[in-house]
Write a protein that binds this ligand. Structure first.
Ligand SMILES: [Zn+2]
Length: 174
């Protein structure tokens, strides 16, 4: 889809089975086990890959968790990279938090395609220099909150940058 699509009107392709999900497996890498070319950092001791419990699809082996999370979304939620990037979900810190979170969720549901979050789809969030991990369970339906580093704060190249070659769109609610 185009990033120019109006919020809420995107028509992402359905997942291969309609029941595809994102899970990430991790394990310790023991040299001299060989590394496939999809591993960016051979020195890291952990390896990751996405796995879909809906159809059995497995992604490539990675040395970064974020890459594996993105692989899983490419499989289960084609079109996720072009979804709107929202401000970070408010933290649950005081008595006013519930109301703020409810408003953020309502804004997110308006901005994303109908049924997207019910299928476990991710939400894309602007992040600063810290907290660039893709976080499971933080989207309105329980899917991932995908980190997108603000273009004016690219202080950690390679960590959570916008995972696409598309132009960065302005935040709808920021
Ligand atoms: Zn699948």
């Amino acid at each position: 889809m185009s990033v120019d699509a109006a919020p809420g009107t995107a028509d992402p392709a359905p997942s291969p089975t309609g029941q595809c999900v994102v899970a990430v497996l991790s394990w310790s890498h023991n040299p001299p086990m060989p590394n496939p070319p999809t591993v960016r950092d051979p020195e890291r001791h952990l390896r990751y890959r996405s796995f879909c419990d809906g159809c059995g699809h497995a992604g490539p082996i990675r040395s970064g968790e974020g890459e594996a999370v993105e692989d899983g979304h490419d499989h289960a939620f084609p079109g996720w990279r072009g979804m709107p990037v929202l401000v970070h979900c408010p933290y649950n810190i005081d008595s006013s938090s519930k109301k703020k979170i409810a408003k953020w969720e309502a804004d997110a549901r308006r901005a994303y395609p109908e049924g997207w979050f019910e299928r476990g789809g991710p939400v894309l969030e602007w992040r600063g220099s810290a907290g660039t991990r893709h976080v499971p369970g933080r989207a309105p339906g329980g899917g991932y909150a995908m980190a997108v580093v603000r273009p004016d704060r690219p202080d950690r190249p390679g960590a959570g940058r916008r995972p696409a070659e598309q132009p960065v769109q302005t935040s709808l609610f920021g």
